[in-house]
Design a protein around this ligand. Structure first.
Ligand SMILES: [Zn+2]
Length: 372
């Protein structure tokens, strides 16, 4: 049986919280990490409609993309939209967890799902998220290395790109002298000791550092283990908002628009630029990506796929001679969440846990009307 906290750890392996843009209210918004979960529901929006669906289906956890609580609440009024959803969540024991811009920026996140759907190759990110990473170094006697290393890995350290359990160990000599009242693992209090030690070093993202330190301390044989934590300078990453790459073959803006309508089940898309324009290099940013128009244009993109374009955004794209397909906000992100649900389902199964995965029924709030 997994708890909400166990499931959050698995989600954050795929969508590390430090990838989120500042002040994005991601994370567990309602409920307790200790609740045990048998059924889990995936949704695009966390609101009273999806929380009700989860409660009705007996799901103890709702994992959504758009946060339920965007601004700190000064009070909880069950007559308000958010207050009603919060009350509903707590009354029905439906924990609400939101992975928002951290999932957008994740290596296998929202935009990657869309890029894979379109067969986009040579993928790079539009705006790198440069997550904070640390190097943890601990000095350990040789016979305790295995235990310390396993504890660090199990607490989330040692992940570099698609590799896990990465670390380095070197030999050296440690010295110490315990004062009266100490109980050294080697030698006696008051005597100067020289012992063979290993220097074990491992990398960790910010959100797991405290847990890794606790795990190492928990198994380290010394009373006072020497643990150093270094902040690392970021050297660029394949994690970030938006993806740029090449479609498998040249097409036109019009044909690509139709492909998107078919693949995403979108009611319609909006085009900025010439429908017959030939395109192959594409930039993708799900959600509201107008702020990245300049990056899309400067990177030699033929066409930019994003949502929530406003009138003046369209004018700016036109001036930059950048074709844009506004594929809306709902359809691409609903698709991204369904793909994330599959990834999460597989990761949960790998733990041996039997958790049923459900998907909320949601509708695009926008309806397209064409003249009949
Ligand atoms: Zn969104």
């Amino acid at each position: 049986m997994l708890t909400v906290a166990d499931i959050i750890r698995i989600i954050e392996d795929h969508a590390p919280p430090e990838l989120a843009v500042p002040r994005d209210p991601i994370g567990l918004q309602c409920g307790s990490g200790q609740w045990e979960i048998k059924k889990l529901m995936i949704a695009l929006d966390a609101d009273h409609r999806t929380i009700s669906q989860a409660a009705y289906a007996g799901a103890g956890m709702l994992v959504a993309h758009h946060p339920l609580i965007y601004e700190p609440l000064a009070s909880i009024d069950p007559e308000s939209s958010v207050g009603r959803a919060v009350a509903h969540s707590l009354e029905n024991k439906v924990a609400v967890y939101c992975a928002h811009t951290n999932l957008d920026a994740a290596r296998n996140g929202m935009n990657n799902a869309l890029a894979v759907l379109l067969g986009v190759a040579g993928r790079t990110v539009m705006a790198s998220s440069s997550p904070e990473r640390f190097k943890i170094t601990v000095f350990v006697p040789e016979n305790s290395l295995g235990e310390v290393r396993t504890a660090a890995f199990e607490a989330g350290a040692g992940k570099i790109g698609a590799y896990t359990r990465c670390s380095f160990t070197s030999y050296g000599t440690g010295t110490f002298m315990g004062s009266e009242g100490t109980d050294p693992a080697a030698g006696n209090p008051g005597s100067f000791e020289e012992v063979s030690e290993l220097r074990f070093e491992v990398i960790a993202n910010r959100h797991v550092v405290d847990g890794v330190i606790d795990a190492i301390r928990g198994v380290h044989p010394y009373e006072e283990p020497a643990i150093d934590i270094y902040s690392l300078h970021s050297t660029g990453t394949d994690e970030g908002i938006g993806i740029i790459g090449s479609l498998p073959e040249k097409t036109t803006v019009g044909k690509l628009a139709n492909t998107l309508i078919d693949l995403l089940g979108a009611g319609a898309v909006t085009i900025i630029g010439d429908e017959s324009r030939k395109v192959q290099r594409v930039a993708i940013c799900s959600g509201s990506g107008a702020s990245l128009i300049g990056i899309a244009s400067a990177s030699g993109t033929d066409v930019y796929l994003t949502g929530d374009m406003k009138y003046h955004d369209a004018r700016q794209a036109g001036e930059l001679d950048l074709a844009v397909i506004d594929f809306g906000h709902f359809a691409p992100e609903r698709y991204g969440m369904k793909e994330f649900g599959k990834t999460l389902n597989m990761a949960l199964r790998n733990t041996g846990a039997d958790i049923e995965m459900l998907y909320a029924e949601e509708e695009d709030p926008f309806k397209v009307i064409t003249r009949t």
